[in-house]
Design a binder for this molecule. Structure first.
Ligand code: HEC
Ligand code: HEC
Length: 216
């Protein structure tokens, strides 16, 4: 999870600063600078977040579909996702700033990730991803969560290679209906059908995808 391309985050920090100047009034500019410094928290190359007072885990946004990112920022604005600081960030960005950041992160290059070898993959997690659990109404995760960002109009995010702690945290939030950004309520329904150990297993499976650079 640690070895990614650090250089791609510099333009994102700069663009966030530009968004803060254009989208936010000067009266709020100072606090907005902190809220809008996306890479302080969304830099997957950092082993510890730059803002330890903010509760994580911190998701990596690069290469996510633009429509998904914009939809999440709207969900924070509307209180469908709860995170005090991200609610403020999304409100400060507004609709225009959110669209700009969504395009920027969607265009950030994604590392070329490989699945874990079958013998190393968590079999419970792997099975949920490719087979689902139809008897409980859960389709295969892979039927919606693709592995590349070429379809930027998609609403389902990319899960491969992402921090398992973050993925498990979000699945628990759906299961408890704390996160209600899924417009049809489907992720809430699926997550509520998973046991706590299945949630950890599927998050670990996705987290085990590795870029070639990380391979020994
Ligand atoms: C101080 C830390 C911090 C800053 C600064 C920050 N974020 Fe976040 N962001 C988080 C955390 C933590 C989460 C996960 C919150 C949760 O669990 O819902 C998050 C979640 C998100 C998500 C949802 C990700 C997903 O996969 O669903 C998006 C999109 C996002 N942030 C965009 C931004 C953008 C754009 C900026 C800059 C304009 C920004 N954030 C600034 C901490 C931060
Ligand atoms: C019918 C399509 C569909 C299926 C099947 C599906 N998902 Fe999702 N998933 C989505 C959509 C759409 C979203 C975005 C919802 C939102 O805006 O909150 C999502 C969001 C998520 C998120 C939040 C990621 C983030 O960046 O915050 C996780 C984690 C997740 N799904 C895991 C799973 C797992 C694990 C499975 C299989 C057990 C699964 N999904 C099956 C469509 C699907």
């Amino acid at each position: 999870m640690t070895c990614r391309l650090p250089s791609r985050f510099a333009p994102i920090a700069l663009a966030a600063a530009a968004v803060s100047l254009s989208a936010v009034g000067t009266a709020h500019a100072q606090s907005a600078d902190v809220l809008l410094d996306c890479s302080a928290c969304h830099d997957s190359t950092a082993s510890t977040p730059a803002r330890p007072s903010v509760p994580g885990p911190f998701p990596d946004l690069s290469g996510q579909p633009a429509r998904y990112i914009a939809h999440q920022l709207e969900a924070y604005r509307k209180g469908l996702r709860q995170h005090r600081q991200m609610e403020k960030t999304a409100t400060a960005l507004g609709e225009g700033g959110a669209a700009a950041m969504a395009r920027l992160y969607a265009d950030a290059p994604q590392p070329d990730l490989r699945p874990p070898a079958r013998e190393e993959a968590d079999t419970t997690g792997w099975s949920l991803v490719v087979n689902g659990a139809w008897e409980r109404g859960v389709p295969p995760c892979a039927s919606c969560h693709g592995v590349s960002a070429d379809d930027t109009g998609r609403l389902a995010p990319i899960l491969i290679g992402r921090d398992p702690a973050y993925l498990a945290h979000e699945l628990r939030a759906y299961a408890d209906s704390d996160r209600r950004s899924d417009t049809m309520g489907r992720m809430r329904a699926f997550a509520a059908q998973l046991t706590p150990s299945e949630i950890d297993a599927v998050a670990d499976y996705y987290g085990a995808w590795r870029s070639q650079e990380d391979e020994p």
